[in-house]
Ligand binder design. Structure first.
Ligand code: UDP
Length: 347
């Protein structure tokens, strides 16, 4: 990776799973990074880990992106060139339980951020969107022009943000914004220092499997084996978080190519079922991990797989790692940090 990039990038949600890996990637590429986070769903310990993994200028301010005064202070203090906006709530089930929180944390925060950016004449943004906005699709792989059909408050917040950003770009040609629609990010940094550490019982399959492997959970509940997929379990496009981080850097590098708002999928183009993922993790940790099939989870769809052609053509990006590598890295993080970041015995 070349280390000749210059510029100061504001990363919101810098202590999160994808945010922390992206900070490492940007720092390693030569960017100065100013991170902000409110630690609602992350640990301050991530910051020292980022500094261990990557050299370079990494500044950090604890703040909530909805606090416009605090955010404006960051723009006054550093010459921000562009923003990567991760900070958001991300659990689908929780979004149904507390929709107002989700619209506030995701939509309102983005509105405030864009307003503060405009006030400080910063019009370059990479926005963290999601394949969740496609909803139940008729066919895979999914191209970016597939109509959005978000099915829950979480995915509606991401879709609303994309529409807001498109409207802002339509009004003022000075903006350059890329919304990245990620598929299913898993894996961990190969150092074993950074990984996924959700608070409470994991909603997502990968951290759940990793916690079974380390003995924190008894077995994986497989949500349905009667989908129209090869083995009946849900198929997803899992993408290594390090590849995803690189996709953000390339999106930043290419922001200048084209004014306006563009949308790009980040996925591998390969589908993996829940049982295949469990088998890959079992191989990585050297133990057959137990599972039990339970009824489908409401709202789940059979298969979501990206068409990643545009990312290759527009950004020169393709995913490097396969599911076996993703599982090996996730297991290494979980093995070294059995209780997550706040484990005193952790590395
Ligand atoms: N899944 C599962 N057990 C779990 C969590 C998830 O079988 O404890 C399945 C889920 O039904 C889906 C896949 O794993 O087919 C990925 O789910 P996840 O929540 O990780 O991501 P999503 O695609 O829903 O964003």
């Amino acid at each position: 990776m070349s280390t000749d990039r210059t510029g100061t990038i504001l990363v919101t949600g810098a202590a999160g799973f994808i945010g922390s890996h992206t900070c490492v990637d940007l720092l390693s590429a030569g960017y100065r990074v100013v991170g902000v986070d409110n630690f609602l769903n992350s640990s301050p310990r991530v910051l020292e880990r980022v500094r261990k993994v990557a050299t370079g200028e990494f500044e950090f301010v604890r703040l909530d992106v909805r606090d416009r005064d605090a955010l404006a202070e960051v723009f006054r203090r550093w010459p921000i060139d562009a923003v990567v906006h991760f900070a958001a709530r991300k659990a689908v089930g929780e979004s149904v339980e507390m929709p107002l929180e989700y619209y506030d944390a995701n939509v309102n925060a983005t509105l405030g951020l864009v307003g503060v950016m405009a006030e400080h004449d910063v019009r370059r943004l990479v926005f963290s969107s999601s394949c969740a906005i496609y909803g139940a699709v008729d066919r895979v792989p999914i191209t970016e022009d597939t109509p959005a059909r978000p099915t829950n408050p979480y995915s509606r917040t991401k879709w609303m943000c994309e529409q807001i950003l498109a409207d802002v770009c339509a009004q003022d040609q000075g903006w350059h914004i890329t919304s990245l629609r990620y598929f299913n990010p898993i894996g961990a940094h190969p150092s074993g220092l950074l990984g996924e550490d959700p608070h409470g019982v994991p909603n997502n399959v990968m951290p759940f499997i990793a916690q079974v492997a380390v003995g924190r959970r008894d077995e994986l509940a497989v949500f349905g084996d009667d989908y129209p997929t090869p083995d009946g379990t849900g198929v997803r496009d899992y993408i290594h978080v390090v590849d995803l981080a690189e996709g953000h850097r390339l999106a930043l590098d290419h922001l200048g190519d084209q004014a306006g708002h563009r949308v790009i999928n980040l996925g591998t183009g390969r589908g993996t079922s829940v049982l295949e993922l469990l088998a890959a993790f079992s191989a990585a940790c050297g133990r057959v991990l137990p599972h039990r099939v339970v009824p489908r989870r409401p709202g789940d769809v059979a298969a979501l797989v990206a068409d990643a052609t545009l990312a290759r053509e527009a950004l020169g990006w393709t995913a490097r790692s396969g599911v076996a590598q993703m599982c090996r890295d996730a297991w290494e993080f979980q093995r070294l940090n059995p209780a997550g970041y706040d484990d005193e015995k952790g590395v």
